[in-house]
Design a protein around this ligand. Structure first.
Ligand code: OFO
Length: 168
């Protein structure tokens, strides 16, 4: 059984992950609306990954005999100034998620909840990867700033991303 404090924090994280999914789906729709289908694909894949993150917390709570309590998901923004702006906002959001995960780790330590502490290690690693992916794309976007051809090439590259279920 998970302690009350840990359970509440894990339930909050389900909401954070569902919001991440919502945010990236909104970005995907925006990229689609400005004709960048490759960027839209990348964001749609990311939205599915985030849903997978929410489900990891959901499944974990149930496996530990806890109660899942889904909360309202806030509306994400609907437009951004440029592809670079969208990815800067993505990185900012991922840094916030990293803080959330670190906070969960702290709670698990304080509550001496070894099982939750272990489960969270996957997310600690995942956040390193997520921030690095965003930084890589931001670097490319800064290099090609103002170049339509550059955006077109990057769009082709991002169109290659495929959804792969992230297994533990
Ligand atoms: Fe983007 O890692 Fe979950 O939220």
């Amino acid at each position: 059984m998970i302690g009350e404090r840990m359970l509440e924090a894990l339930n909050r994280q389900i909401n954070e992950e569902l919001y991440s999914s919502y945010l990236y789906l909104s970005m995907s729709a925006w990229f689609e609306s400005i004709g960048l289908k490759g960027f839209a694909n990348w964001m749609k894949v990311q939205a599915r990954e985030e849903l997978g993150h929410a489900m990891k917390f959901y499944d974990y709570i149930l496996a530990r005999g806890g109660k899942v309590q889904l909360q309202e998901i806030k509306a994400p923004p609907h437009e951004w100034n440029s592809p670079l702006h969208a990815f800067e906002e993505t990185l900012k959001h991922e840094k916030h998620i990293t803080e959330c995960i670190n906070k969960l780790v702290e709670i698990a330590e304080e509550e001496k909840d070894r099982a939750t502490f272990n489960m969270l290690q996957w997310f600690v690693d995942e956040q390193v990867e997520e921030e690095a992916n965003d930084e890589e794309i931001i670097t490319k976007l800064r290099m090609i700033e103002g170049s339509k051809n550059g955006i077109f090439m990057l769009d082709r590259e991002l169109a290659q991303r495929k959804y792969v279920e992230e297994v533990k």
